[in-house]
Design a protein around this ligand. Structure first.
Ligand code: NAP
Length: 259
């Protein structure tokens, strides 16, 4: 399917691996020129080269921590007039509410609420002026159904969700959409670390921990980064202009909600 976005320009944050890379890959496949970011320069450049070689689009790598003003400014300098912004960053660590103080809260809010809000705030005026834009935020299934040990993520991402709910309705009439994609369990490095923790805690093998986790998902398996990227590319497509302010679960049915 031709998504109608060939030749458009996108900034994709935290995109050298995992879900962000899945989004970058699907956009590149649709013919979108990319500016991608992650902290580790070598991994990022390797991903950029892979995308260029596979899809023949222009890919600029801007290494650095997306939660800092300087790196966000560098991304905007590399791509001052993007048509598409995909917001992403690492998630906060798990833990218990009584162990989190101001520093932990500040870090979670910076990464998973303020960073996407500040990037959108910087780039929305240009999209509005050009009468076309797509912003997709990678959040989490924990926005719809809280994961108790991920309290920092539940709360910070809920703040971003509130911003999107109102702002998306203010920019929609200018051809600009903002939506959130809510991943459940996907096969990325992050899942590998979680499985190792479960295996250690329950004294089982990594394979058994993986089976246990995947068995808790109605689809019976983890999601793939390709599936996730395809959903992102569709939200960024010419055909998704009427999808406004939505929170779309990609979780194989794991979040047990009716709507
Ligand atoms: P991943 O496989 O570990 O990949 C994370 C990517 O983000 C890497 O490219 C990493 O590269 C980059 N990154 C991390 N922190 C960054 C920062 N501060 N600045 C710039 N780049 C950064 O993770 P993932 O599974 O794709 O998860 C992506 C997001 O989705 C996270 O917020 C996660 O909490 C959320 N999520 C994931 C799942 C899942 O099942 N995978 C489920 C729910 C929510 P560097 O390390 O080199 O920076």
């Amino acid at each position: 399917m031709d998504l109608g976005i060939r030749g458009r320009k996108a900034i994709v944050c935290a995109a050298s691996k995992g879900l962000g890379k899945g989004c970058a890959n699907a956009l590149a496949e649709a013919g979108v020129d990319l500016v991608i970011n992650a902290r580790t320069a070598e991994t990022l450049e390797a991903t950029a080269e892979e995308l260029r070689a596979q899809h023949g689009v222009s890919v600029t790598a801007v290494p650095g921590d997306i939660t800092t003003d300087a790196v966000r400014a560098a991304l905007i300098e590399a791509c001052p007039a993007p048509d598409i912004l995909v917001n992403n960053a690492g998630g906060p660590p798990p833990g218990m509410w009584h162990d989190w103080g101001r520093d932990e809260w500040q870090a979670a809010i910076e990464a998973n609420m303020l960073t996407p809000i500040l990037l959108a705030t910087a780039l929305l005026p240009g999209m509005v002026e050009r009468r076309w834009g797509r912003v997709v935020n990678i959040t989490s299934q924990s926005v719809k159904g809280p994961v108790p040990q991920l309290g920092l993520s539940n709360a910070a991402r809920a703040g971003l969700t509130g911003f999107v709910a109102g702002t998306s309705r203010q920019v929609a009439k200018y051809g600009v959409t903002i939506n959130n994609l809510l991943p459940g369990s996907h096969a990325t490095d992050r899942i590998a670390a979680l499985e190792e923790n479960i295996a250690r805690a329950q004294n089982i093998s990594r394979e058994e921990a993986s089976e246990l986790r995947q068995g808790q998902i109605p689809a019976g398996r983890y999601g793939t980064t390709e599936e996730f990227g395809a959903a992102c590319a569709f939200l960024c497509s010419q055909f998704a202009g009427f999808i406004v302010g939505q929170n779309i679960l990609l979780d194989g049915g794991q979040t047990n909600v009716t709507i």
